[in-house]
Design a protein around this ligand. Structure first.
Ligand code: SR1
Ligand code: MG
Length: 406
């Protein structure tokens, strides 16, 4: 293939017919391969290709945002997703999908298919209670962030990786604008249905404390390259069964503050919390958030203290004992402060920005839907307004639990 073209089913069969390993995985002959489009996200075309003995998932970048052809976009996002998968797979193992192939002309990425799994957001909306998911995501974030940081790698390796992901500028720009800028000003890409959100939006935009918290978060987003992040770790980027959880869609990967990935995940659990009137489901979500944070910090610290395993040239601990533990905990506490801030901006942008989520769509009554969305927005506003104060995950959950009662 010498030039890019957007593939249809015939083009996909043709491409795979020329890839012996993938063709063998599918089994049978090319004319029997079934190609089913399952595009769901905002950016790319996604297909499941099924053969006699196997199945793969094929993703192709478009020269524009999939849901808005007028919004032009470079094609390179599947390249960054392929690089992200190659970087995190040795660290996360079966917590992500198997990389199979990348075509640098067609910008096609082929990965293991997960057709037996459900997108976590949809599963949560169907009312599942899968307590294993949050600890697995915590394991994923702890291992991938620690393992790509200066704590685990010589700076030469980290700087090289940063050089690759620094070029993921189109998608970093999307995050900066859609998550950390547009919701805080009058911008044509913002939208919301319910009038009860409007006074809260106006309060947010006129609160100096809130706006300064957002300014601080966006400086940190761009200037704290602590580790390789997934960059878009919402519940639509996770596929799961009760026992097996995979993180997918790493196209927004960048080096950034570790709390960004933690915050995106927690922010989306909070959206689910407010979208679920059921008391037991809300309690389960509070437990998921608590379990995520406890598991993340425990595993990150275990990895940090496995000094013998760290290769020479990394920032291995020089000091041991209680004072060193206090310093490590201070690093974790800083991640928590980022996490809580990024969770709040994620909640806000999903309610009043460009890209909303489906969580609240299940509420049929418009008044109840509006009240639930307003509850989530008011909570995120409160979190940002008080972001300069010292926070613990306990305070965050207590506040969430109190607001969830109304
Ligand atoms: C134009 S892309 C909008 C959103 O979809 C992606 O999944 C990211 O969350 C992005 O912010
Ligand atoms: Mg995505």
């Amino acid at each position: 293939h010498t030039t890019y073209r957007t593939l249809d089913a015939a083009g996909i069969r043709d491409l795979i017919a020329g890839l012996p390993d993938i063709a063998a995985r599918l089994g049978g002959t090319v004319e029997h391969w079934q190609v089913r489009e399952v595009s769901d996200g905002n950016l790319n075309n996604v297909f499941i290709v099924t053969g006699h003995t196997g199945e793969v998932c094929l993703k192709q970048s478009l020269p524009h945002v999939r849901v808005d052809p007028a919004w032009k976009m470079p094609l390179d996002r599947t390249f960054f997703e392929a690089e992200w998968l190659r970087a995190v797979q040795p660290l996360a193992g079966a917590l992500t999908t198997e990389f199979l192939h990348f075509d640098p002309v067609l910008y096609v990425l082929i990965v293991e298919s997960l057709s037996g799994h459900t997108v976590l957001r949809s599963a949560l909306m169907q009312g599942v209670d899968w307590p294993g998911v949050a600890p697995r995501i915590a394991t994923f974030v702890a291992h991938t962030t620690f393992g790509t940081s200066l704590l685990a790698r010589p700076f030469e390796d980290v700087f090289t990786a940063r050089g690759i992901f620094c070029a993921n500028q189109a998608l970093t720009r999307i995050t900066l604008d859609l998550v950390l800028d547009h919701p805080y000003r009058d911008h044509p890409r913002n939208h919301w249905e319910e009038p009860e959100l409007t006074p809260i939006v106006l309060d947010i935009r006129s609160s100096a404390a809130t706006l300064m918290a957002v300014e601080n978060l966006r400086r940190r987003f761009l200037s704290q390259p602590q580790a390789l992040l997934h960059g878009d770790l919402h519940t639509g980027s996770i596929m799961s069964t009760p026992d097996d959880t995979r993180v997918i869609d790493g196209e927004f990967a960048l080096y950034g503050p570790i709390g960004f990935d933690c915050g995106m995940f927690i922010g989306n659990l909070v959206l689910h919390y407010f979208a679920t009137p059921d008391h037991a489901a809300r309690q389960a979500t509070l437990q998921d958030i608590a379990a995520f944070w406890a598991c993340f910090q425990e595993q990150f610290l275990i990895l940090w203290n496995m000094n013998e395993a760290a290769p020479a040239g990394t920032l291995r601990p020089l000091a041991y004992g209680p004072a060193a533990r206090v310093a490590q905990q201070a690093f974790i506490d800083e991640i928590l402060i980022d996490t809580i801030g990024f969770a709040a901006v994620e909640i806000i942008r999903r309610l009043i920005g460009y890209a909303h989520t489906a969580d609240f769509d299940a509420i049929a009554d418009p008044q109840q839907r509006g009240a639930c969305r307003a509850g989530a927005l008011a909570f995120a506003y409160h979190v940002l307004e008080h972001h300069a104060e010292v926070v613990t995950i306990g305070d965050f959950l207590l506040n969430l639990g109190e607001r969830g009662k109304t």
